[in-house]
Design a protein around this ligand. Structure first.
Ligand code: SF4
Ligand code: SF4
Length: 445
């Protein structure tokens, strides 16, 4: 983790500062009045107590670099890298500082100006530009990972000590390999008809990581929509939404992926575009931001942003058909940051859970504090990610709930591994999986 550092301040204009069309905007930067109301909402500040690991500190560094008083050094970039982009600070800020937009633009500047170590640059280039941009390549990686596990190669690599001999923290990367679904979820043009009277026609995002790690949850989402009278189109030419790239400052590849999805979804003229992953939904609702400078795509991007709905939000707005099948579970709900902070959705998933007969819902302490997943953060910022994961696992365990429900794949993976680490038996499920299970128990079906 980064240590507190003094940042030498030079006269304005000494260093080159930010540049180009994606630079943080002055009107966003200078909205911050240094009041500090955001500090206690910030997970990295809560964990460290350090100003430079707070939103206010990070904005001060942005201003210093923007004015050419600070160089973009490893230490400065380290403070920005430790930010989870959870956007809890945005909700707490009385001045309306659009912190998510500022940090995305700042990260784009970092990728433009700052030379990361070679290994990191290679990893980023493969991950963001080769793998995430292609659902086919992503599935090949998934299949290779399954083979690595099932063939015994993983056991051999661990037992032989080979991982420890390779450069970098290969043991941690190996441990971080997520569990993979038996069958991956593939969107290849399927149309799932509505049960009963059709109420809406939607396009649904399949996504990237979730198709490999939580395929059953996506299948449950499709069944739940159909059960609620919704015709679901899984358009074949869609792909990853670009959220991971946008958050990492890889804006050009994020735009490329967004364009593909925009064209794919609009091709069926849907009533809504449904997203079952909080992080993807938040990025798609902000596609218009991504194309603020692009005359060709801005209008279409605005249309997709306005059509995008988180699945819980959509079901509640449509009028959820409450299940009659009962579930005898005690469940606590974890607010994914990109639902509660970025999309300001906290009540809809709870309403869905509360509609399930027999289910007892209990609140956990700090339900809205980031679990430390944050896209690729759990790999790039291992220590802070695990600290926040443990904090979340303790909060879940304190409720005594058998199940923690979520609406985001990153949170699901992070909480599952944190719960295992602390020895808890609570299981992680998606809200839509629980709803689907309740429907499956209806006797009159
Ligand atoms: S986005 Fe989250 S981690 Fe980053 S500064 Fe804001 S509250 Fe802190
Ligand atoms: S609450 Fe808003 S205005 Fe106050 S320090 Fe934080 S970001 Fe700046």
């Amino acid at each position: 983790m980064t240590q507190p550092q003094q940042h030498p301040i030079a006269p304005a204009g000494t260093f080159p500062g930010f540049s180009g069309p994606d630079a943080p905007r002055d009107e966003d930067l200078y909205k911050c009045v240094h009041c500090g109301f955001c500090l206690n909402a910030c997970p990295t500040y809560l964990e460290t107590g350090l100003e430079m690991e707070s939103p206010r500190g990070r904005i001060a560094l942005m201003k210093g670099v923007a004015e050419g008083r600070l160089a973009m050094t490893e230490s400065v970039v380290g403070h920005w890298d430790l930010c989870l982009q959870c956007r809890a600070c945005e909700v707490a800020c009385p001045s309306g500082v659009p912190y998510g937009r500022l940090m995305e633009a700042t990260r784009a500047q970092v990728e433009q100006e700052f030379k990361r170590p070679l290994r990191e640059r290679i990893g980023r280039s493969i991950g963001y530009k080769q793998v995430l941009t292609s659902p086919v390549r992503l599935r090949w990686i998934g299949r290779a990972a399954k083979l690595y596990r099932k063939s015994g190669a993983q056991t051999l690599a661990r037992k032989s000590g080979l991982l420890g001999l390779l450069p970098g923290d290969q043991e941690y990367l190996d441990e971080s390999l997520p569990p993979l679904s038996d069958e991956f979820f593939v969107a290849d043009g399927q149309v799932i008809t509505a049960e009963g009277r059709p109420r809406a026609k939607v396009a649904m995002l399949a996504g990237c990581v979730m198709t490999l790690t939580h395929a059953p949850a996506l299948e449950a989402a499709v069944r739940v929509l159909s059960r609620n009278g919704v015709e679901v189109h899984l358009t074949a030419d869609q792909g990853c939404c670009g959220a991971l790239n946008a958050h990492a400052g890889e804006l050009e590849s994020a735009r490329m992926m967004a364009r593909q999805n925009i064209d794919s979804f609009l091709s069926i003229d849907p009533d809504a575009v449904i997203v079952a992953s909080a992080g993807c939904g938040s990025t798609m609702k902000e596609y218009s931001e991504l194309f603020h400078d692009d005359e060709t795509y801005l209008e279409k991007a605005e249309r997709v942003s306005s059509l995008t709905k988180d699945i819980h939000e959509f079901l509640v707005e449509l009028g959820l058909q409450a299940p009659t099948g009962a579930l005898d579970y005690t469940v606590t709900y974890q607010d994914a940051c990109h639902l509660i902070n970025a999309q300001r959705i906290s009540s809809a998933p709870r309403q869905v859970l509360d509609a399930i007969p027999g289910l007892k819902r209990v609140e956990m302490p700090e339900a809205g504090v980031c679990c430390g997943s944050a896209g690729t953060y759990s790999i790039t910022q291992k220590e802070m990610s695990q600290r926040l994961g443990n904090r979340k696992a303790s909060n879940i365990a304190s409720t005594g709930a058998q199940i923690v429900a979520t609406g985001n794949p990153g949170c699901a993976l992070q909480m599952a591994s944190a719960l295992k680490r602390v020895g808890s038996e609570s299981r992680v499920r998606y809200v839509v999986e629980l709803l689907d299970e309740a429907y499956s128990k209806e006797t009159s079906r």
